[in-house]
Design a protein around this ligand. Structure first.
Ligand code: FAD
Length: 566
């Protein structure tokens, strides 16, 4: 077998040569951080384009113009993301950086079957009164009884006052469904606060996902509404490749990174101490000083053979991790959709739909110049439930043909928004994520996504493995972010690069890694809970009266939800 890249240290001065296996957000982030620190880097990516799940894909090709823009699903950059925007700010684009291509959304739409869709503002409330109104707006019109809404807020307060150890040990083993006691609540509570809001989080199902993961991310989404220093919801001002991935690849090339597309890793070799090589699908072999494994969890699991697991035992846990399906459908329309300036959640739709009308965020992207010139807007929809029967064909998405999926998603959207908002006459074309493959009557998904099921944290490896020269940079790695997302992939890459720097003893700047920020006002309560946890005692809110009653007492006896925010 001929060595594809046999570049050892000698060829690059004193910095070790790093092979990055996988060119998604994790792999490109690691390549960027390494190259910025003077490491020679080569990236091997199986597909023809870089960017992994975040990449744009050429959509329908109709007429003389270039194809319409397609993607796996829309890209949401919540305000609490810190690692990814920091990396984006270093990628040059025109006079500035690609971080300048992030634009804030100003609203969110909650849509329910047969009822007018409601828009809730996501501008930061400037006073306690505005915060109360914002909270009331979330709950208003959902028919959730006031005492159940208050209980839900109480659960959020419980989370805010729980120490880290209790979150990891107790909440990691509890589902979000159990934690918010959805089973004993009204159907409105289960539909809206149980299933509905959770659908905003990538591929999460409250019945199986850990309360720790969902709870922590919920708190961050709420923080987005409260903290005037961050924007709650941001999106790119053009398709992902134009706004971000293409400039990123150019920047890496300028830094001297060697990028090989269409090159899959088929096997890793290990000798019990180190990774001794990686085989590629063209039969050649990679020989590097360090290997950054940046492939998705299901591929990493396949590459983790017995020999590799003996060398890096923490990879054994990969086979315990579960994935779910979340994939996009784009609808190309002859008129702008005219709904909300932000994301929409169709919270009682059987296929767990979320959407965004993209045209309004792409002021300089000329949709008219593409395909046959008839498209004015792109309604990008994510389908997160592939197992529940739909309303048109009575079948789950997994059992439908591509045309049935398109028709069913369109029908569910119309069911929520009305045919006046989404007339059939405006539909020019549509595009289904090509990672969904149809073969012999069965449907397969080439890009599933990690789900943080209860207890999965203990099976997730750290970025630094036991193998001397193997580190991991992908969304399933243990991170503060702890949600399969672009932010987690970037944080994992930073941790992977820090491992290499530390192991080499190189005097080089470590990459920044940050935990979630939570409101300082709750710190004393968390410290109190930490002492109680170490003494084997329950959380103060479980031990005595529910915490919101305590707040009520402090506040002078009011007992309704509103009083909490007075
Ligand atoms: C529909 C959808 C919508 C999403 N929306 C958001 C969102 O709004 N915000 C957000 O933060 N996150 C979102 N996510 C999640 C986010 O996209 C992923 O968590 C993140 O992009 C994962 O990056 P990664 O580098 O870890 O993995 P991937 O993106 O999977 O990258 C891995 C790369 O490895 C390559 N590869 C695979 N096998 C091999 C091999 N054998 N050899 C070489 N290369 C290989 C793949 O082709 C891929 O390019 C969404 C995900 C989906 C599916």
């Amino acid at each position: 077998m001929s060595p594809r890249t046999g570049r050892g240290r000698g060829a690059f001065g004193d910095r070790p040569h790093v092979a990055v296996l996988g060119g998604g957000v994790g792999g490109l982030s690691a390549a960027q951080k390494l190259a910025e620190r003077g490491f020679p880097v080569t990236v091997y990516e199986a597909r023809e384009r870089f960017g992994g799940k975040a990449r744009s894909i050429p959509g329908p090709d109709r007429g003389a113009g270039p194809p319409l823009p397609g993607e796996h699903g829309f890209r949401f950059f919540p305000g609490f993301y810190r690692h990814l925007p920091d990396a984006m700010a270093r990628i040059p684009d025109g006079e500035g950086s690609v971080a300048d291509n992030l634009v804030a959304a100003s609203g969110m739409m909650l849509a329910r079957t047969g009822q007018p869709a409601r828009e809730i503002g996501i501008d930061t409330p400037r006073s306690v009164g505005e915060w109360r109104t914002a909270m009331e707006n979330v709950f208003a019109g959902q028919d959730v009884p006031a005492d159940e809404s208050a209980f839900f807020v109480n659960r959020l307060l419980y989370l805010l006052t729980t120490c880290r150890e209790r979150r990891e040990d107790e909440l990691e083993d509890t589902t979000w469904w159990e934690f918010i006691e959805a089973e004993r609540m009204s159907p409105a509570y289960r539909t809206f606060l149980g299933d509905g809001l959770t659908r905003m989080l990538v591929a999460m199902r409250p019945q199986v996902s850990s309360a720790r993961t969902i709870g922590r991310v919920y708190l961050q989404l709420f923080r987005g509404r409260l903290d005037p220093s961050i924007e709650a919801d941001r999106v790119l001002d053009a398709p992902s490749n134009e706004a971000w991935i293409d400039p990123w690849v150019r920047y890496l090339e300028d830094l001297g990174v060697e990028l090989h597309a269409d090159t899959a890793v088929t096997r890793l070799h290990a000798d019990g101490r180190r990774i001794t090589g990686a085989e590629l699908d063209d039969g050649s072999e990679v020989d590097a000083d360090y290997y950054v494994l940046a492939v998705p969890v299901e591929v990493a699991d396949r590459l983790a053979t017995e020999a590799v697991c003996r060398t890096a035992p923490s990879l054994r846990g990969l086979s315990e991790l579960e994935t779910g399906w979340m994939n996009g459908v784009q609808f190309y329309l002859s008129e702008p959709v005219g709904t909300v300036h932000g994301h929409g959640v169709y919270y009682d739709s059987p296929w767990a739909l979320t959407s965004i009308a993209q045209g309004q965020f792409w002021p300089d992207y000329d949709l008219d110049a593409r395909a046959d010139g008839s498209v004015e807007d792109v309604l990008s929809v994510c389908v997160s439930d592939w197992d529940t029967p739909g309303i048109l064909y009575g079948k789950p998405a997994r059992e439908c043909s591509p045309e049935e999926i398109q028709e069913e998603v369109w029908a569910q959207l119309q069911d929520h928004l009305g045919e006046d908002t989404l007339p059939d006459a405006h539909l020019v074309d549509w595009f289904l994520d090509p990672e969904i493959r149809f073969e012999d009557g069965t449907v397969a998904n080439d890009a599933p996504l990690l789900i943080n099921t209860v207890g999965s944290l203990r099976h997730r490896p750290d970025a630094g493995t036991e193998a001397e020269n193997l580190v991991l940079a992908a969304d399933y790695v243990r991170t503060h972010t702890d949600l399969a997302s672009m932010e987690a992939a970037n944080e994992a890459a930073r941790r992977a690069v820090n491992e290499i720097i530390d192991r080499e003893g190189i005097r080089s700047e470590r990459c920044g890694v940050w935990d979630f920020e939570e409101p300082a006002v709750f710190r004393p309560a968390k410290r109190q809970d930490q002492i109680r946890y170490r003494l084997g005692l329950p959380h103060p809110g479980e031990a005595a009266t529910p915490i919101w009653r305590t707040y009520d007492r402090i506040r002078g006896g009011a007992s309704d939800l509103t009083a909490l925010f007075d």
